[in-house]
Each structure stands twice: as C-alpha cells, then as structure tokens.
Design a binder for this molecule. Sequence first.
Ligand SMILES: C[S@@+](CC[C@H](N)C(=O)[O-])C[C@H]1O[C@@H](n2cnc3c(N)ncnc32)[C@H](O)[C@@H]1O
Length: 263
Amino acid sequence: MPELSAAEIRDKVLALGPWFHNLDLNGVKTAPDHFLGDYPAVKWCRFAQAIPADLTGKSVLDIGCNAGFYSLEMKRRGAARVLGIDYDEGYLRQARFASQVTGLDIEFAQLSVYDVGALAERFDLVLFLGVLYHLRHPLLALDLIREHVVGDLFVCQSMQRGDPGEEPLDPDYPFSETAIFERPSYPRLSFIEHRYSGDNTNWWVPNRACMKAMLRSAGFVIDDNPEEEVYVCRPGPLPSAYGAIYPARPPAHTIKRVGEVAA
Ligand SMILES: C[S@@+](CC[C@H](N)C(=O)[O-])C[C@H]1O[C@@H](n2cnc3c(N)ncnc32)[C@H](O)[C@@H]1O
C-alpha cells in the first residue's frame, strides 16, 4: 500500500468521521476536540504500566475496539495477533484505516460481545474497556467473556458512579434485613432509562463495589486496580452450579423435548 500524504490522510479522516478515538495518524489527529481531552491517551497513560510491556507471541482480543486505539497499542507491544471486534461497522472502518496508515497488522471484525462464543478461541489478553455500561445485559457479557474467550489476563474498565467505598458484607442476610440496601457503598447498578451525557446507549452504571462484585460473580479474580475504573483480572473459580453463567449452548442432556427421554 503506497504511503498516503498528510492531505490524503486528512481527507480520509474527515470522510470516516466523527471519531471517538483521538488517534495520531502520521501527525493528523482524528478527534482533536474530544470532550474528554486527548482520549483515550489520557486514560491509557494511567494504567499502561499494569499491562505487560512485552506481548511478544501473545494473542489479544479487544472487545468494543472502536477505532482501535488499544489494539494499536497492543500490537506496538509485540503481540503476535490482535483481533479487534466491535458491532459498529463505522468504527471498524476507522480502525482498518488506522491500521493501514500505521502499518500495524491487526484483524478487525464486526461482532457483538454477546457472540464471542463464535470465535471458538481463547486469548492471552482480553480487553473490555468502556463497553460494559453501554450494554443492556452487562452480567451476561461478563459471563460469556469468562466462559469463551479469556485465556489468562482480562482487563475491564467501566464508567462508575455513586459511592466509591467498600464495606465488608456477610455472605447472607435474613429476609428481615433491609437496612443493608441503604448503605451508600452497597453494590449498586444504576439504570438509565433515557440518556446520560446525551448518550442513549448508556444503560447501567455500577458503583465501585458493584463493579468488583460483578467481576467476582462472573468468575474473575481481581489482581490489580491500577486506575479507579480499571480492573486487571484472571479467571478464577466459577460461581456455584446454579450460578450466573449463561451457557451459549446448553448441554444436550439438559434439554428434554416432548417425546424424548433425557440422556
Ligand atoms: C465508549 S466506546 C469504548 C471504546 C474503547 N474500547 C475505549 O475504551 O476507548 C464503546 C465501544 O463499544 C462498542 N460496543 C457497544 N456495544 C457493543 C456490543 N454489544 N458488542 C461489541 N461492541 C459494542 C461501541 O460501538 C463502541 O465502539
């Protein structure tokens, strides 16, 4: 692919916009007026050190990759394979263009987080950054990610609102106990019926205790919390037999159709 001039890059960036990621494509900024500043570079520099600096030979899945900022960073760290998935084809076009301009070989595919089972592959590192609160079914997404694609490291980031505190909770409470739910630090997921920050794709925003509890409940152990919204996790014990895991395909013997005898 011949190298593009700055003017050609600028024209293409304009044609592919608007951009959420402010990338630097050979000196051309894709979202210089981002409402969060130089985003996501300003976020990344707060947790970059918590992710292995050398990813040589590793595979990476970037869920909700948008224009590929984090996919590009993982490739720069030497990852053998980076796959970015997003359900928005417009963002994927931006990501493919960024990979072309930077010369970094990254695969991008249109896929929803709810369909990660279709990848039939586990990755050494899975990124799930800035997506959870955009989902109507956040726990289902965490369950599916844990069940199907996390091989070793899982890095999750979510917007958080509400009380940032954490207090120990008992494993069980009697039915008569109601005051516990009034504690500001009780794990809480706030539902947004309409919009938040002008965005009608924001659905559920956890407080800090809730984010951590959901990760544990989906079968993750939190190793590190390098930035207030970022959790570096590994697969841990799964919830009990009747836990939250939603199987993509239930084992055949659990389905008894009319006239059939269960195996
Ligand atoms: C706030 S952006 C975060 C982008 C990037 N991961 C980051 O942290 O900067 C949310 C991204 O998630 C994508 N997304 C939302 N719902 C999704 C879904 N169900 N499956 C895959 N991607 C999704 C959106 O298209 C968007 O690119």
